[in-house]
Design a binder for this molecule. Structure first.
Ligand code: ZN
Ligand code: ZN
Length: 367
């Protein structure tokens, strides 16, 4: 990511806090910290005040911060973040030119313990106030640079899937296929998996989040996988047939593909996320499988694999250009099996652009 992009993100975040009457903001959630300055480690905080920004971390990350953090003053904290923050804010208070007293925090990600500790330490130096617009909301709209990274990540994810399929034999188990996908992804430069790869064969396909087992691949097999590449996540699902696929599941597969089409057609900027969910759900409900589609239609994907927007019946999110999210209708029939197809899409000026490029066929030889 380019330096200018981090700067633009910080400006936007600071502007948002200013609109709320705040003098600055303090961010401790690591995905948000990465969004604001590029730091990919596991401990740090960002303090933004007018015309200055600080990155706080501990000595373990001194080198990494020097390499990764763009445009913020790095402070190595020997006595905890609270003390260092107090020093910074008091110093700025004395300067008199900038008043940094009312500092926003994200109530959705800061823990109660963190907040009470910081409030205790900062007493007299600053007051912490909950932010109304959190960074997650800003992160939902992706920049061109982010979309380019997500496309690269998807390439790695899709190539890994195709490579893993070439290793399938008569005896291949769920666990083995999952390992092949993960192995191929790591070899292609993925930093890791977005979540534990799901391979659910036959009846086990009815378990939405099945852990791969030693069961051989047979019938309809649901494979849900994702990679982290350049900090960005992917999330994709295909259902493949090995041997005979029960007629009910083959029909369910056609239905989820139809639901997917309806969702894509309903996707455009300004539309409520719950309406896109509705468009897909109607197809499944009309066919009599309403209760078998028990989860939301999709979710935003980016620095985290589940982020804003949320696409479900009760979502209040509204789609905007630049959002990247999944569309993943599924039908689960207890005792029989399940089908799910999941693609990542981008909201453009013209509607939905499907970022995924893999086919949707049940036949593994089509990939
Ligand atoms: Zn998934
Ligand atoms: Zn998903």
């Amino acid at each position: 990511m380019e330096y200018a992009e981090y700067e633009a993100r910080r400006k936007r975040a600071l502007l948002n806090s200013k609109l709320q009457g705040l003098d600055g903001l303090l961010i401790s959630y690591m995905a948000d910290v990465r969004y604001l300055c590029g730091f990919s480690g596991s401990s740090g905080m960002v303090l933004l005040v007018p015309r200055a920004g600080y990155f706080l971390t501990d000595f373990r990350y001194r080198e990494q911060a020097a390499l990764e953090v763009a445009g913020l003053r790095t402070v190595i904290c020997d006595n905890g973040f609270g003390e260092a923050l107090r020093e910074i804010l008091e110093r700025r208070g004395r300067g008199g030119s900038v008043n940094a007293k009312r500092i926003g925090f994200d109530p959705k990600t800061m823990t109660c313990a963190e907040l009470s500790e910081l409030r205790r330490r900062l007493r007299g130096a600053a007051v912490l106030k909950p932010l109304k617009t959190e960074l997650q909301e800003l992160r939902a709209r992706k920049s061109r640079g982010e979309v380019a990274l997500i496309r690269k990540a998807l390439k790695v994810a899709e190539a890994s899937f195709q490579e893993a399929l070439r290793h399938i034999g008569r005896e291949t188990s769920e666990r083995e296929l999952a390992l092949q996908v993960d192995f191929a992804a790591r070899r292609r430069g993925a930093e890791g998996a977005s979540f534990e790869t799901i391979v659910a064969s036959g009846r086990r396909g009815a378990l939405v989040h099945a852990r791969p087992s030693g069961k051989r691949l047979a019938g309809a097999v649901v494979i849900d996988w994702g990679v982290v590449y350049g900090g960005y996540n992917t999330d994709c699902t295909r259902t493949l047939g090995f041997g005979r696929v029960p007629a009910g599941l083959a029909r369910a597969h056609r239905l989820v593909l139809e639901a997917r089409e309806k969702a894509l057609a309903a996707t455009r900027a300004g539309v409520k996320a719950c309406e896109v969910d509705r468009a897909a759900r109607e197809v499944v409900e009309k066919a009599g499988y309403g209760s078998a589609f028990g989860h939301g239609l999709g979710h935003g994907v980016g620095l985290e694999v589940h982020e804003r927007p949320h696409l479900g019946p009760r979502s209040r999110d509204v789609l905007e250009e630049g959002m990247v999210f999944t569309i993943e209708p599924g039908i689960y029939l207890p005792g029989v099996g399940g089908v799910r197809v999941e693609d990542m899409v981008l909201v453009t000026a013209h509607g939905a652009e499907v970022l995924a490029t893999l086919p949707h066929s049940l036949d593994p030889s089509h990939y």
